[in-house]
Design a protein around this ligand. Structure first.
Ligand code: SF4
Ligand code: SF4
Length: 329
């Protein structure tokens, strides 16, 4: 347990957590919506500081990040808690409930990364923004040791803590759960606008950003909404990689999985706007591989987590036409 960095006094009995746009008003002995920030007699504490529910060495493609040190493994850690309540959450046992945990301090985490020759650490599995103080301490220490830091996140955080965290983060995969306010508010208990602000700020800050959109039939798959999302991303930077992911029933959602035909339709539409589009959770070599947007050459071939550099040079440029594909190789 550690005192939270972002909160304000409200009145004698409550505080306001200012970490994420929910800005929960929290009474004594209660937690906010994420379940991991508790008010104890006017002091707000992070309950999950140093608590790890899962740790493993994963292919970086699993995050997913396809244009950031492709073909390498990354030490991946998660805690518990989340500031959204997605009823289709695949990690609900740790995002919505309190699991068994191991205790760890930031230095031990860095040492585990070094022992496993991992060039980076990914804060993932549950929502890293509500693990803020531990992620901040660990990422600062990791950066000093030459280890990069990745967030796999829903992007729901207030501007001030985001600015602080971005100083020691090098890459992010941000979940953009469609382009529909109602879906964000009513289904996920989140809000679209702050997520768009986080994507914009992170790109402006020079962070390597990739986006994931899970396509759920009948929920967030309106093609006009999706076109608006692709256009918005393209205006920000058409080279932002987009992962369109197949939904499978999980947690409280029982509707059948997204059809492959629908996913291919969304994939083809996204490619009209963006240079690097991928399909996830369907294991299709063609839709997981990278093609040069300038000359069309196959540059990185992927099959599951097997990665082959077939048309890319050591600087991350297309061997045929020289167009840059990957900045960090
Ligand atoms: S981080 Fe948690 S407690 Fe704080 S405002 Fe967000 S949901 Fe509420
Ligand atoms: S934001 Fe992610 S971790 Fe949180 S509830 Fe939704 S799917 Fe689960």
């Amino acid at each position: 347990m550690r005192e939270a960095l972002f909160y304000e006094e409200n009145n004698e009995n409550s505080v306001v957590c200012t970490l994420c746009p929910h800005r929960c008003i929290i009474s004594n002995s209660k937690t906010g919506l994420c379940g991991v920030r508790m008010n104890k007699k006017g002091v707000l504490y992070s309950l999950n500081y140093g608590e790890i529910s899962s740790i493993s060495l994963d292919p970086i493609e699993k995050k997913p990040l396809f244009h950031f040190y492709p073909g390498t493994d990354i030490l991946s850690v998660g805690s518990w808690g989340c500031n959204f309540k997605c009823p289709f959450c695949q990690n609900w046992q740790i995002s919505q409930e309190r699991p068994n945990v191991q205790r760890i301090d930031p230095m031990r985490l860095i040492n585990i990364a070094l022992e496993h020759n991992s060039k980076g650490i990914a804060y993932t599995y549950n929502e890293p923004m509500v693990w803020f103080e531990f992620v901040l301490d660990s990422s600062r220490l990791a950066t000093k040791e030459g280890i990069y830091n990745v967030l796999v996140t829903n992007g729901f955080i207030e501007p001030e803590p985001l600015n602080l965290l971005l100083q020691s983060i090098q890459a992010m995969n941000i979940d953009l759960k469609g382009f529909n306010e109602d879906f964000y508010k009513k289904v996920c208990l989140g809000d679209l606008k702050p997520v768009l602000n986080v994507i914009e700020k992170s790109v402006e800050h020079g962070i390597h950003v990739e986006i994931t959109t899970l396509i759920i039939p009948g929920a967030n798959d309106d093609l006009n909404d999706l076109k608006r999302e692709f256009k918005w991303l393209s205006n920000l930077n058409p080279d932002i990689p987009l992962h369109i992911s197949r939904y499978f029933p999980n947690y409280k959602y029982t509707v059948p999985p997204t059809s492959v035909d629908e996913l291919i339709r969304v994939y083809e539409t996204a490619k009209e706007y963006l240079n690097f589009v991928y399909l996830g959770n369907i294991w299709d070599k063609k839709c997981e591989s990278t093609y040069c947007p300038s000359c069309g050459e196959l540059v990185i071939e992927r099959e599951g987590y097997n990665v082959k550099f077939v048309g890319i040079d050591e600087e991350g440029n297309c061997k045929k036409c020289g167009r840059n594909i990957v900045k960090n190789l």
